[in-house]
Write a protein that binds this ligand. Structure first.
Ligand SMILES: NC(=O)c1ccc[n+]([C@@H]2O[C@H](COP(=O)([O-])OP(=O)(O)OC[C@H]3O[C@@H](n4cnc5c(N)ncnc54)[C@H](OP(=O)(O)O)[C@@H]3O)[C@@H](O)[C@H]2O)c1
Length: 339
């Protein structure tokens, strides 16, 4: 677990978290409240039962306010951000549909930075993505992916990776807008985020794992993916907010695994589920993990949760929230005997 202490560093400060009910943002709200911050969370619909978990968080009754805001409604953002010391801009569509993705991601980000400039906040922390970093077909296998890398927009478009395209353009817009308006901006670029869910619904990155446990897929892809624990992502945002010297981008990644490694880990921990054991591309050379560095965040004191632990906690949480059937004691004993 990360070695950052849970001291009350936030006492007296108010942070606005956009899209507060989402997977990552819910963890930000939780950790900020634990550290003594007052939190203003924006939601498109504060009355939706899917956001009810926020009101149950420790400290929420005293220090959490939920405001209705849409990324494309500037006035609603202005109202939410006005009077805050900082902003964690995390709300974004997470989809490969270009119509739904690009405009809210890009114009929403510009609106948030503009509202933050008007409110004269101390710092904005923007949740970008590895999607804005690593989509570059010309990168050699020995290149270490770091904060200087940018995705190739033409490549994203040609391969219809509209999520990566939207996040890359949104991050570029954030940097341009912050420079023009004199806003102190720091960016966190997480890789695929897993770990326990606080919200009742399943988000896109969790489906990446859920699909291997439900029998809905018989094979795994011959590809690699980098992973990080959701609590580490939330802590990374707090660390870069709280460290005055923090600047630029921060790659937030623990390790890169081939899908074959992921299903092997899952099958060892949870043999009761129909986890695929065949690669889709059987016979072709196995995709190699890319190299990356997470040194910038480690230098700020972040100790990343090992991916095996993250995968274990993800599945346990899916069981606890009722998204996966939990085998009976009898079924578990019979699996042990068979193996
Ligand atoms: N999960 C990952 O693997 C991962 C990796 C890298 C970066 N990220 C980034 O992290 C952020 C959060 O992702 P997540 O995984 O936590 O996703 P999530 O659970 O789907 O949360 C996204 C949030 O954005 C809100 N949102 C979407 N469109 C909006 C709009 N037009 N106006 C206001 N709010 C809007 C959603 O609100 P509603 O509930 O109203 O739809 C939701 O609360 C995103 O910026 C994403 O790009 C995620």
């Amino acid at each position: 677990m990360p070695a950052v202490s849970s001291s009350v560093s936030g006492h007296g400060q108010t942070i606005c978290v956009t899209g507060a009910g989402g997977f990552i943002a819910s963890w930000m709200v939780k950790l900020l409240l634990e550290r003594g911050y007052t939190v203003r969370g924006t939601l498109r619909n504060p009355d939706d039962p899917k956001n009810a978990h926020l009101r149950e968080l420790e400290g929420a009754a005293e220090r959490l306010t939920l405001c209705r805001a849409d990324l494309l409604d500037y006035e609603s953002l202005k109202e939410a951000i006005n009077g805050c010391d900082g902003v964690f801009h995390t709300a974004s569509p997470v989809t490969d549909d270009p119509e739904q993705m690009v405009e809210p991601a890009v114009n929403g980000t510009k609106n948030v930075i503009q509202a933050a400039a008007e409110a004269k906040v101390r710092r904005v922390v923007f949740t970008s993505s590895i999607g804005a970093v690593y989509m570059d077909p010309t990168r050699g296998p020995d290149v270490v992916v770091d904060e200087s890398c940018w995705s190739d927009l033409e490549f994203c478009k040609n391969t219809k990776n509209w999520y990566c395209y939207g996040k890359a353009v949104a991050e570029q817009a954030a940097w341009a807008e912050a420079k023009e308006k004199g806003v102190d901006l720091v960016v966190v670029n997480p890789v695929l985020v897993l770990g326990p869910l606080l919200q009742p619904t399943v988000n896109a990155s969790i489906i990446h794992i859920l699909k291997y446990l439900t029998g809905s897929t018989q094979t795994y892809a011959n590809s690699v993916q980098a992973y990080v624990h959701v609590k580490d992502v939330a802590l990374a945002h707090i660390l870069v907010y709280e460290t005055p010297s923090a600047s630029g981008r921060y790659l937030c990644a623990e390790s890169v695994l081939h899908r074959g490694d992921v299903v092997e880990i899952l099958a060892k921990f949870f043999p009761e589920y129909p986890i695929p054991n065949k690669c889709k591309d059987n016979g072709k050379p196995r995709a190699e993990p890319y190299k990356f560095t997470n040194q910038k965040l480690r230098d700020l004191g972040l100790e990343f949760t090992p991916v095996k632990h993250t995968l274990y906690e993800t599945v346990k949480s899916l069981q606890d929230k009722g998204h996966l059937p939990v085998p009976t004691k009898q079924e578990q004993d019979s699996i042990k005997i068979q193996s």
